[in-house]
Every structure is written in structure tokens, then in C-alpha cells.
Design a protein around this ligand. Sequence first.
Ligand SMILES: Nc1ncnc2c1ncn2[C@@H]1O[C@H](COP(=O)(O)OP(=O)(O)OP(=O)(O)O)[C@@H](O)[C@H]1O
Length: 621
Amino acid sequence: MNKENTTSRLPVMSGKRAHTSSTDGEQQQPAQKKMRKVDIEPPQRFRSAASVAPPRRPVAVKAPAKPLRPTGAATVAVAPARGDQRKPVAAVPKAAAGSGASRRPGWDLKGKVSDMENKVQNYQGKIKSANQENEYLKDSITKAQKHKAEIEQENSGLKKRLRNCEEELVKLATVKDDLEQTSKERDGLKKDLNKLTEEHKVLEGLRDHLESELRNIQTQLAIQTSALGRCQDSLKESQELARNLEETVAHQREELHLGEMERRKLHNAIQELKGNIRVFCRVRPLLTGNQSDILHIQLPAHDNKALTLAKMEESHTGRTADTQKSYNFSFDRVFGPRAVQREVFEEISLLVQSALDGYNVCCFAYGQTGSGKTFTMEGSDLEELWGVIPRAVQQIFKSAKALREQGWQYTFTASFVEIYNETLRDLLYTGKPNKRPEHEIRKISSNEITVTNLTYQKVNNEDEVHNLIMLANQNRSTARTGMNDHSSRSHSVFQLDIEGQNSDRDTKCKSTLCLVDLAGSERVQKSQSQGDRFKEMTAINSSLTNLGIVIAALANKDSFVPYRNSKLTYLLQNCLGGNSKTLMFVNISPEEESFSESLNSLRFASKVNDCVIGTASANRK
Ligand SMILES: Nc1ncnc2c1ncn2[C@@H]1O[C@H](COP(=O)(O)OP(=O)(O)OP(=O)(O)O)[C@@H](O)[C@H]1O
């Protein structure tokens, strides 16, 4: 609102007032100006008030009837009302008054009085007019005051409105700030929106892709569902079949178990018929030369159980011709020099099977040094040259695996001990040589023998047993170098303790497979041993003799069996008793110079072969 407008809209206000308003207006904020422009209408009352202004009517001046003597009253004039722009009431024309006085002669007092009275009347008229005007002015003042009060009231109202407007303005400023803030936020949101729109587009693309994949999957699912339906049908059929098969399997298992028990019974019966102690004779091939050069050992072509040892004896007198002396022997089986390891083992594999069935089994090789005991029991590294021990171990683990399907679980514990000069030595010892412990044989129950400080190694497969055999050979070869090949003059005993359990049938069995490589059986006289060698030979012969005595006592069913006479028989006590199956190999050297030793060995073996040890029974619970 400009100054001109303010002035033009408030016509009754003084210029100063109008100016003040204008100044105020200039200082006001644009918003206030706007508000004023909108709200303040030209007050109509001011206009009407303007019309209240006293009329500019001329004061009626009556010509005096008589000219009055001019007095000082001529100076009386009505002061114009404040703000009244009217001209002062015209005084009686001076010329008229003056001309009357001047016209009257000095004596014309009457005339003069008349003039004076006119003047008085004139003045009285003037006074009356002034009074009227005064009344009028008073009235105007009253109205103006009233008007002023109204204006003040209106002013205070306007001020109040102004304050309200200012407050509103402040609020609006806050709103503006808020608006700016909101605007910024909106910009930010716009950016976010743009970003989200982009993302939305990407997601839409992804969704389209996924929807198409979903459609594919749904198609596949439909195909799979129908296939599943078919599968479920065939599964039902298969389940039915499986149930039938399970019943058959259970039935067959039962039959198998019964068959297995029957097999064990029959197997044992056969073993009993064969005798619980059996003797096999094995003739070593010549290490050099032609095997047909072996003349003193005769093996009948059609009898694999007989052997004849023949020797030409010179005539003592010289008069008669040389005579041939023959010694016939019969064993459970005789293997000639051409017999291979597999062939030999086949004959004893049934015995090894008995060990898994819960029978104690003892297999030992007897014979003079170099006759092939170690070769028979251990053989060499080549699988086809494996001896009884590795083949027995292989068979045991193979059979145990097969029996697992019938509910049998087996645990195996191996030990390997050497008896030299009636002293025990742990062949599985891995500690320091100078810390080797001493060992004692102890009987811990009626059918259990244990050796103190001996390594009893749990084994789970044949490889582990082969490793133990290698360790034992290492231990023996160490002793061999240090003690002048004492291996020939020591007994080595490999024991495999077998424990079986069939939880389904609540059956347990426990047995020991004992495989022994005996020391060379040379006679003292022949070897002409002396000193340590003599001591060794005495110990060997003593233990071998005791072995014969024990076997004989068992055969005779003696009430006392002298097991404790030697470490060997004490250690083998459980494997030699009535509850065991025993196999003895008698190894024969083919060289002619070994004739006498061979004869001795065969005689010893024959004695053993004649023994019938009581009926073996399985260690079952
Ligand atoms: N059946 C066989 N076929 C081939 N070689 C054999 C046979 N038997 C033994 N030998 C060989 O004869 C030699 C002596 O055999 P071995 O060491 O087994 O005799 P030993 O009776 O154990 O002797 P020791 O009592 O000294 O231990 C070895 O070289 C061995 O390889």
C-alpha cells in the first residue's frame, strides 16, 4: 500500500496522521501489507464524518437600524473552530459604520445613538450567530470525540488484528521454514523416488524373469508330480515286495543261522574224527641241486599220508651185502618237497575256521634247524609264499566279515612272544632296548593264561596284523645280530585272542589261535655244543621233551599234566588241553646228513600223532 493510497482512503485524517500510517505501513512486512490491503476498507464513517463539518454559511448581517457608535467590540470576532477552514464571519462593513458616523454631524446624538444601537444589534446578531456556531462546534466536537473514540476503538481493534496478523506472520514464517524443510525433504524423497523407480524397474525385470522361471518350474513340477504319482505307485508295489522279501530274508536268516550252527557241529564232528591232535609232515626241498636226488626220503605216489625214511646200512662184518633199513611213518598228511604254501594251508584252513567258532587252536612247527619251520609258519613277503600265520590271519578276518552278516561281531587281540633259554621276550616291544621289562606267565582263571608286561595289541584288520608280524621280525633280527642268531634256538609264539558276540542270538564265544615256530630240535650230542650253545640246546630239548610229555599226559588222560615244567607248555596250556585242536608240523630237511635228526623228529611226531586228546568243545556262553 503506498502513501498516496493511504492518504486517499483516510480523507478526514490530518496529513501528519496519514503520513504516520504511511510510515508504519512502509515498515510493515510484505505479508502485513498484503493483509492490510485486503482487510482495510475505506471507513465510510470517516466520509460521513467529513460531512459533519460545519456548513459554510455566511453569517447573516443585518444592517443596523441605527448606526452604532463604533466601540472596541468591533474587535470581537468568533475564532474559527479548530480544523475549521471557514473564513471568519465578516464584520460590519467599516465604511458603512464609518460613513454613518461621518455623515452625522456631531450634534446628531440621536442619530449616533441609533447607529450605536444598530451596531449593538449587529453585534448581538453576531454574538447570537457565534453562539449558534459555538453550539454547532460543540456538537461537532462531541461528535468528533465520539468519532475519535470509535476510531481509537477501531484502532485498538486494528492493532489487535495487527498483532494477530504478526503472530500469524510468525507462524507463517515457521510454516515457511517447515515448508522449505519439507521442500528439501520432498527433493530428497524425489531423488529416492527416482532411485526406487529405477530399482523398481530392475525388480520388475527380475520379477518378469522369475515369473517366467516360475512358470517353467511349475510346468516341471506338474511333470514331476505326475512322475511322483507313478513313482509312489511303484514304491507301494516295491514296499510290498520289500516286505515279502524281508520276511523271506528273516526266514532265510533263521535257516542260515540254523545251518551255521549245524555246520559248526558237523565241522567239529569231522575235526574230532580227524583227531584233536593232528600231525602233518613236510619235507623241505633241496636248497641246491635236483629234488630227485633226495633218495632216503620216499613218498608213495598214491598215499599222501605215508613217508619212508630209508638208509643203506653197511654190513658190519663186510661179508654180507649192504642192507637198506627203512622207517615207515604215517601222519595225517605228508607234504613232499614240491608242495606249495597254498596247498599246505588248505589242509589246516578248516582248523583255523574252528578258532572263529570258539575252539582254541594251536599249530606248531617242530623240526631241526633249517628244516623249514619258519618258512612253513611265516613264509616270505610274496603273497604266494605266505606261510600259515599270514594266511590264517587273512582267513580269520575274511570269515569274521562274512559272519558279521549273521550278527556276529568279533574283536581281536594279538601278541607275539619269544622264549629263549626259558626267558620270555616281547616281540611287539617298541620301547628302549635297555628298558625291556621282564615277563612272567600267570594263570588268571581256569582257562586263561596271561603274560605280565606283554604287549596285547587290539587289531581290526589283517594289515594291522601284518605290521605286527613285521615288527616281531625286526625285533628278532635285532636279537639275531646281537646274540649270534638265537632265533633258531628260540620258540616264537604268535597268539590271536578272538572274542565273538552275536547280540541277536545272545551268544558269545572266546578262543585263542596259537601259532608256534619251535626252536631247532638238534640233539646235544650231535651238535657237540659247548658253553652257551650247550645251555641253549639243553633248554630247547628240555622244553621240547616237556612238550612231548604234556601231549602224552593229555593223551593218557593223566590227572596231572606237567604244564609248568617249561615256559613253552605253561604258555600253551590252554591251547593244548582237552578244549583245543592241535596241529603239529614236523619239518624234515632233505639232506642225507640230516637223516638221524629227521628220524628223531619223525619219531617224536609219531608219538604225538598216536595221542588222542579229549573231545574239544567250543568256548561258548
Ligand atoms: N618248502 C620250502 N620251499 C622252499 N624253500 C624252503 C622251504 N622250506 C624252507 N625253505 C628255505 O630253507 C631255509 C631254511 O628254512 P627255515 O629258516 O624256515 O628253517 P627253520 O627250520 O625255521 O630254521 P631255524 O630253526 O633256524 O629257524 C630258508 O632259506 C627257507 O627259505
